[in-house]
Design a protein around this ligand. Structure first.
Ligand SMILES: Nc1ncnc2c1ncn2[C@@H]1O[C@H](COP(=O)(O)OP(=O)(O)OP(=O)(O)O)[C@@H](O)[C@H]1O
Length: 358
């Protein structure tokens, strides 16, 4: 296993990149801890696969270095990096049995047959295929084949890292949950460095200790699920994480108050004068309908979403979502919305600003 360092890394697919927009990956410096479970999360085209391919050695970065521990692997081919990879679609040997598919990476390295048999059994149990071990992979469903790919990716204990690129795309929803839980357990048991690419926040948040959120070729935040929820470093993280995402309201910030069209709300911290476009960010879970406290609100729609209700509203001409607790009557007397001051984040030109003591 190894710590992975991305040093001064950037990548462009163009031969002579110049401006920022020419880079699929903008310059980054990051250290990914040995034994960490990371999810690489972001919408389509943000650079997740480019970064994963640079780590795996499928792609050479146009700038910077990749280190595994102290070893510079920037020019090392995939085979020399000692990593396991699981792709979006199954990669299995159809003519081999499930057992032989799972054992393949271990036999390749000349491991002891007794160890191989025990390890294959353990992995088969994890992917729920103990009863299918003697069957040929040919004729199995795509779902089952992808489970074999996952199993084969995890069978070696001596790899530097295991890289997963959207591995659950072809798996049915129930099994997805099951496999995610198993992956997490496997990570706890064996402590591999794992990097899991996905555009699905549920997958990222349930799998990872640290979620790496990418936007437009940049890592905009690397944090625990709780940090991403409570203190999104960029408005994109606020919007992308959560269901629905964070509310963003344009406001002028003055010390420990935010001003919105003649009204003002208290903030939990105090801010130095800020330049650029300033916004306050409030999670729908931290907005509460009141009979007169806070800002005037116009309720447009109430949606029942399982255990709570989601209120789509408008505050001073800007859209706002509110999560109403179970049992709350949504009557005409609820005319205002109040925000918990210490849950309000402040953004200048989309980046979170750290406040001081209010
Ligand atoms: N081989 C390539 N040649 C040129 N441009 C590429 C190549 N591969 C990716 N790109 C561009 O680089 C950017 C990042 O793509 P990348 O595939 O890394 O994103 P992603 O986040 O993995 O997206 P997805 O979830 O759709 O796979 C995109 O603008 C994409 O069009």
């Amino acid at each position: 296993m190894a710590q992975i360092t991305l040093q001064n890394l950037a990548h462009s697919y163009l031969p002579n990149p110049g401006k920022d927009a020419d880079f699929a990956l903008k310059q980054m410096d990051h250290v990914w801890q040995d034994g960490g479970a990371y999810a690489l999360l972001g919408s389509s085209g943000c650079g997740k696969t480019t970064l994963l391919n640079i780590i795996s050695g499928l792609l050479r970065p146009s700038q910077g270095r990749v280190l595994f521990g102290d070893r510079d692997v920037t020019d090392a081919p995939t085979a020399a990096r000692n990593i396991a990879q699981v792709f979006q679609f199954p990669v299995v040997y159809d003519t081999m049995t499930v057992r032989d598919n799972l054992a393949f990476p271990l036999r390749n390295r000349g491991m002891d047959p007794t160890y191989i048999a025990a390890r294959v059994q353990q992995i088969a149990q994890m992917i729920g295929m103990e009863d299918t071990l003697s069957r040929k992979a040919q004729g199995l469903t795509a779902d089952a084949k992808q489970k074999i790919s996952l199993g084969r990716g995890m069978v070696r204990e001596d790899v530097n890292a295991i890289l997963f690129d959207e591995p659950l795309t072809v798996i049915d929803p129930h099994m997805k949950w099951e496999l995610r839980t198993q992956l997490k357990k496997l990570h706890r048991d064996f402590g591999h460095t794992m990097i899991y690419v996905t555009h699905d926040q549920t997958e990222a948040l349930t799998f990872a200790d640290k979620v790496v959120v990418m936007y437009d070729g940049r890592v905009v935040q690397m944090g625990t699920p709780e940090e991403l929820f409570e203190t999104p470093a960029h408005t994109f993280v606020g919007y992308f994480i959560g269901s629905p995402g964070m509310n963003l309201l344009e406001a002028k910030i003055d010390g420990s108050r935010a001003h919105l069209q003649g009204q003002s709300v208290a903030l939990g911290a105090s801010y130095a004068p800020l330049a650029g476009c300033t916004q306050i960010g409030i999670r729908p879970e931290y907005a509460t309908l009141t009979r007169g406290d806070g800002l005037p609100v116009r309720i447009k729609r109430v949606e029942d979403v399982g255990r709570h209700r989601l209120i789509r509203a408008e505050v001073l001409g800007q859209p706002l979502s509110i999560v109403a607790p179970e049992g709350q009557e949504i009557g005409a007397d609820l005319t205002h919305v109040a925000f918990a001051p210490d849950r309000i984040n402040v953004y200048a030109d989309d980046w979170r600003v750290q406040g001081g003591t209010a």
